[in-house]
Structure formats: C-alpha cells, structure tokens
Write a protein that binds this ligand. Structure first.
Ligand code: FAD
Length: 440
C-alpha cells in the first residue's frame, strides 16, 4: 500500500483533513473528481477548497461570536484553511473574507507540495471496502457515490431539498406569552412551545407570507424534486387563506392558558437539541429572504424578540442522519473504516465543514497511532459542533447547522446578552486549554 489513508473529496473538509494527517507524518491519497472533466453544479474551477458562493468565512471576532471562536480554535490546531485564509484576506470589517482564487491556489499549492500527500484526479463511485478512509464529498456528492452511501446507511436517497425551518434560541422566546403544551396533551403533555394568533394577527401574517420577497431556485435545483412533506410555508399559504390553519398552524387540541380556548391559529416550536437551548418552528420551511423572515416571524406573539440560530431555506443538499449513523469520532457505525467529514455530516458552512474535516483528520491520526482521542468538550466551538453532529441533535429532525452558542450548555443565571457571549468564549478557551493538555 502506498498510502496510510484515503481521503475522497478535495473541498474544504477533505483538504483540511489531508493536511492534518500529512503534517502528522501519515501518507495521504486525496481523490478529487474535478480536473477530470467532472464537475459539481456549483464549482467552477479545478482548485482544491474552492469557495462555491460567498468569499466570506464570516465573523473573525473570537470574543463574542461562535464562528470567530471556531476560527481561533482551528488556528490553534494548525488549520491550513485558516492559514491560507489569513494570508489571502481582503478588507471586510470584522469578517474574514478572502480573495477566493488566491485562497484556493494557496491551499492547492500547500497540499500539492506536501511530501506526504498524493492528489489523484479521479471520481470515486464505490465505498472502499477496507483501509482507513475519509469521505468529504460535500453537499453535491457525485451521484454514484451518493447512491452507494445511501445503500450503506439505509437511506432511500441522499440528495433532496433540505426542508430547513428556522431555529430560535430558547432564551429569546417570551414564555409569558407562549406556553408549553402538546396537542391534546399527548406524550409528556408539554413537548411543544405554542404561540397563539387571533384572526387579525393570522390574516396579517398570511398576507406577509404571500407578499414577502422570496429567493429564486437555481437552474440545477429545479431538477431535484421536493416533497409535499417539505412544502415551503408560503407555497402552502398560496393555496388558500385557511390552508395553514389545517396544516402547521392548526390550533385544535391546544388551550391558550389566557382564554382556556383553542386560538384561531397556533405556531408551534419543537425542541431541536438535547440541551433544550434551540427550538425549531414546526413546518416553517421557507424560501423567504432572510431579512423578510426575521421581520415576519417576529410578528408572531411570543417571538417579538426572537434570536435565530438559523433561518429557513430550501436548497439541494446531501447529508447523512449523522446523530444516528456516526460514532463520536465521525466513523460510520456499521463500517468503522469509513469516516465522514464536512457538510455531508450535516454541518453547514465553509468554516464548519473545514472544522469537521480538521477533527476527522485528528481522530484518524489517533487511530493510526493506536491511540484514542476524545472530542473536545462541548463548551468549545469544535466540541459543540461535533456533539451536535454525532448525538446531541434530534435525529428525526436533523438538519444542517452552523456553529452557534445555542449548541453549547447554557450559561447559568441571567446576564446581559453582550456579557453572556463573552462568558461563552471565555469558558470555551478554558475548556480548550484543558482538552489540549490531555489530548496532546
Ligand atoms: C450552492 C451552494 C452555495 C453555498 N454557499 C455557501 C456560502 O456562501 N457560505 C458558506 O459558508 N457555505 C456555503 N455553502 C455550504 C458549504 O459550506 C459548502 O458547500 C462547502 O464547500 C462544503 O465543504 P465540503 O468540504 O464539505 O464540500 P465541498 O467543498 O463541496 O468539497 C467536496 C469535494 O468533493 C468532490 N467530489 C464530490 N463527489 C466526488 C466523488 N464521487 N469522487 C471524488 N470527488 C468528489 C467535489 O468535486 C468537491 O471538490 C454552499 C453550498 C452550496 C451547495
């Protein structure tokens, strides 16, 4: 064998994983299909770590922003993606934005010149039967491999439209107005947060959905079907004034504690992570523009001051039900020679994809050395993201997720929002130092 590990996919995650392993002295074969005449619908070049859309790695503020904190943790672990981003940054205020071509060229050069990395331009269709492997083929994984991954994981299909509903931070919900209750008091009787609307509020909300500005589908997205089960809420609204009252905003079986009666319509939120810090708005997948979503969803009684961990959207994506399928070190439980990394694990964003690539690389290094490596603590940005992917998220409603403070255990007590963010990042730094001291 000419290599110690095979990495499939030379995007953000695969490049970072390859770098980590090569720097640790392991020989890496990196297979990338671009450069053979193959392409994804979003990539335009043959360069490694191509940024397919925006040129921003988002906030670089490590004191009060979760993605800025993630940057800092990755820099501390020798990330090639962050190193090249820093070299090729362009002015963007407190954000880290890059010259995309120079950035990609920088990553490509670093990997090409590394004596432990062999880049092979080839499309891989089959899942390697044995030998350590990392699959980092991203949200636009080529269809042959996607079919084989689906077969190995028991999924019907992997490429579909995400039905992304907005997710709200629990501590921004006004629980004086909203209340806990399950429809007909089923289950625990209080599994949902409910926000009641009277007729006037509902009709104004309905008009907002119909009139709101939407994002358009890209050409290649039009070919991917979406299902009745994940119909955008504004498409449902267009079917008639009361369609939503018979669908996701159905009020039956829900007693408004202030009136003791069923309201005209109800918006329900369902717990989205084990800590109970994040709640998704049930059935509210939408293609409304982000600013429009914030404006309209804050008209919902109880959500006037809602802070969103993620806004809604519908786009083609390929990702695993990772909380069910992957072990804590990102290995496929039923084929442990295979690890997954990047957006295919269900993280969202350039930085998060590279971060999961970095950790997949580090876990593989430990395994190749015959050691074990625990994930970083959940109080760190890296740890929070990994815990979410490999278990903390609710598997049935699992959807791609950016890093955010809501993935971490809440800071106890009541503090001002600005102070709380600093408390999260201070706590994360201490936890990361502790992990580095034990993880080596
Ligand atoms: C249209 C679109 C726009 C996006 N815009 C943004 C944005 O603006 N900001 C942001 O933060 N995130 C964005 N994302 C989300 C996400 O962060 C990026 O997709 C990110 O590139 C994911 O990193 P990755 O390494 O997991 O996958 P990728 O960067 O896509 O890398 C996967 C690589 O695997 C290769 N590959 C695929 N199949 C095979 C195969 N069978 N054999 C060999 N090679 C294969 C591909 O050619 C590609 O190079 C966007 C996603 C999409 C789809």
């Amino acid at each position: 064998m000419t290599h110690d590990i095979h990495i499939i996919g030379g995007g953000l995650a695969g490049s970072e994983a390859a770098w980590q392993l090569a720097e640790a002295g392991f020989r890496v074969k990196l297979s990338e299909m671009r450069g053979t005449g193959e392409a994804t619908p979003a990539h335009h070049t043959d360069g490694l770590a191509e940024l397919v859309c925006s040129n921003s790695f988002r906030s670089d503020d490590a004191e009060s922003n979760a993605v800025g904190l993630l940057h800092a943790e990755m820099r501390g672990l020798g990330s090639v993606i962050l190193r090249e981003a820093d070299v090729h940054k362009v002015p963007a205020g407190s954000a880290l934005a890059v010259d995309r071509d120079r950035f990609s060229a920088g990553v490509t050069a670093a990997l090409t010149q590394h004596p432990n990395i062999t880049i092979v331009r080839e499309r891989v269709d089959a899942l390697p039967a044995d030998g350590p492997t990392i699959i980092a083929t991203g949200p636009l994984t080529a269809s042959g491999l996607a079919t084989n991954i689906a077969g190995a994981t028991g999924a019907d299909a992997l490429a579909f439209f995400d039905a992304i509903a907005p997710i709200v931070h629990f501590d921004s919900v006004d629980m004086e107005t909203a209340w806990f209750q399950s429809r007909w008091n089923k289950g625990e009787g209080k599994d949902y947060i409910n926000c009641a609307m009277n007729r006037e509020q509902y009709e104004a909300f309905h008009a907002g959905l119909i009139g709101g500005e939407k994002t358009e589908f890209k050409d290649w997205e039009r070919d991917t079907p979406y299902f009745e089960g994940c119909m955008p809420i504004e498409v449902m609204a267009e079917r008639g004034l009361d369609t939503l009252r018979f669908g996701p905003m159905k009020p039956v079986g829900l007693d408004d504690p202030r009136t003791g009666r069923w309201p005209h319509a109800v918006v329900q939120l369902r717990q989205d992570n084990a800590q109970g810090t994040l709640w998704n708005i049930v059935g509210f997948q939408t293609k409304l523009k982000h600013a429009e979503q914030v404006r309209l969803f804050r008209t919902i009684p109880g959500l006037e001051n809602a802070e969103f961990a993620r806004l809604g959207g519908l786009h083609r994506n390929t990702f695993l039900r990772s909380p069910e399928l992957l072990d804590p070190t990102l290995r496929l439980k039923n084929r442990p020679n295979i690890r997954f990394a990047g957006q295919i694990t269900g993280c969202e964003g350039y930085v998060e994809s590279a971060a999961v690539g970095l950790m997949a690389g580090r876990f593989a290094i430990a395994e190749l050395r015959g050691e074990t490596l625990e994930a970083p603590p959940i109080e760190t940005a890296l740890g929070a993201l990994l815990h979410h992917i490999t278990g903390a998220a609710v598997a049935e409603t699992y959807q791609p997720m950016n890093v955010n403070f809501g993935l971490m255990p809440p800071i106890p007590g009541r503090t001002k929002k600005a102070d709380r963010k600093k408390m999260y990042t201070d706590r994360a730094r201490t936890a990361m130092q502790g992990w580095l001291a034990t993880a080596g």
